[in-house]
Design a protein around this ligand. Sequence first.
Ligand code: ATP
Length: 657
Amino acid sequence: KDQFSSSRLYTARTWKDGNPVPYKFLSDAFSKVEEISGRLEIQAILTEVFRNIIASTPEDLVPAIYLCINKLAPAHEGIELGIGESILMKALSQVSGRTVSALKALYKKVGDLGDVALAARTNQKTMFPPPPLTVRRVFQEFKAIAAITGKSTQDAKRGKIVKLLVAASTTEAKYVSRAVLGKLRIHLADKTVIAALSAALTLEELGVKTDILLTADGKKKTKMTSKEEDIEETLGAAAEVLGSVYSQCPVWDVIIPKLLELKTIDSRLQAMCKLMPGIPVSPMLAKPTKAISEVLERFAETSFTCEFKYDGERAQVHRLEDGSIRIYSRNAENLTPKYPDLVDSLPKALHTEYKGASFIIDAEAVAYDVQKKQILPFQELQGRKRKDVEAHEVTVKVCIFAFDLLFFNGESLIGESLTSRREKLLNGFQEQEGQFLFAKGEDSRDPEDIMSLLNRSIKEGCEGLMVKALDGDNSTYEPNNRSQNWLKVKKDYLEGCGDSLDLVPIGGYLGRGKRAGIYGAFLLACYDPDTEEYQSICKIGTGFSEEALDNFAKFFNDPEAENKSEGAKSYYRTPALKTLEPDVWFEPVQVWEVKCADLSISPQHTAATGLVDPEKGIALRFPRFIRLREDKKPDEATNSEQVAEFYMRQSSVANNV
Ligand code: ATP
């Protein structure tokens, strides 16, 4: 079999075909990935890893993929390891014979617990070494750790980690440690896995080497033969198909067996792994706009509709073949236990002729005053319990405002135009006052009509408008995409910087005077998914209620919760100025919505460094706290590219370009 020709990347297969894949094979690949920065080279390493596994032990492909992306299951299953630094520290202490305080000192020096594990394991010799770790065992043990609940959970989890660490070689210990903390730090996201997996199958089918399109130093070949050009095109097409399959059915356990059966990637895979109720689709997102004239410009050639932008939480409502209802959040979290009342009432919204139909509706769940038939502010929704609640106990009533239909009666609709999907929504369902209503809107391109609709939306308790392409190819539903074909127009975009930002508090400044004993201000950061870093963007002390400040102090100071960090994390890009250094560093655990007057180039802050200015970052001016965003995880915060976009779109900057 053709092997990888570049010796730097060559990954020898050390096990017999059919035998379990050693975990060392994967952790060695992780080490190599960590050494290099070129995307294509990283992708090639992963491609080679997958090719070897497919050729020898295909049943290990699913666990290998999950270990590469550091997940245990698809997001909607909500399975997490739940390991904090202190459990790992104790486990490492037990395995290495070093005290926790010695390990802490080492941690402070090297800044990464994986590297602490590496250093701590170096001199360990075991009399009777346990059998080497395998990919499937590590994955099974991780799942077993996640499944531990009830009393003395921490000890039981620690016991399992110790067993893994004892059996681990040094590099393995490093990646096991990082993985249990949820920070593998090798930047292998779904996108890279999709590219590598489609390349693995395609190159195997074509019978060519993995690095056929790369130069000896891992760059893309600039001069290609026509055969190589064809290969590049085939690879691109395969990755596109697999990407589209994954966005509709983001479950490797479903996709991989079909892939292995087909041994190639083509439209048959799309037919085999379709959108289905019970598996949440990554939602389509919108781009911000600053003026109605901008909307008209963007949609100059396209018909569009303007809908109210409701201010609640995104709810993807699924009805499965068996008639059961599930409700998922924007990041695939199962919210069904939060909405027992909706579970009872939603099937009634189906027209009688479709009584048994399965469906996936995209909607917003909004707190609602049933008597007054009025939308209530977002804060009311926060008062709703998240679980362990019976339908009759619900105090905060919620109404679903449906705006899209992605699946109906056994059929996926996402390839259809919005006009067609909307027609099916209106024909298939009927409004149920106070429980299920259609999003209000108008199909007008007259700026005055749009302005008055915008004003009406605000008056009725909404945030503004969502403007969406109605017909043709650009009006399909685009899962997992922030699309130009959906634009958001918020009333307060029309002034200020455009949109609000969602940022992560990474440190706190101790308060003085009235704020003594609590935090008076915080250091906020955006997230850069390419480097997996949090980059500082501003110090914020405005917009907080006293209650909010008290709550944040409690939250970050709670000793049980371990939300404080002993220093700045190695993946924080902190402000250049010493005086901006917070008194207390935090773990990246929350997301806050923040508004500002504008954005400026900053020599102090590090957000989006290199994207607008080669050395300086971007900072928010006059930031104001709006609210805590419980529906976003820290790595879903506004990313560096968006920060750069916000900066560039400001009229003061845009006019000078
Ligand atoms: P992000 O900041 O990542 O874009 P967000 O959650 O802050 O996400 P916005 O971009 O401000 O949301 O707006 C899109 C959100 O608006 C949707 O995710 C949805 O929850 C909500 N929404 C309310 N009404 C509608 C509607 N008619 N059509 C689509 N989305 C709507």
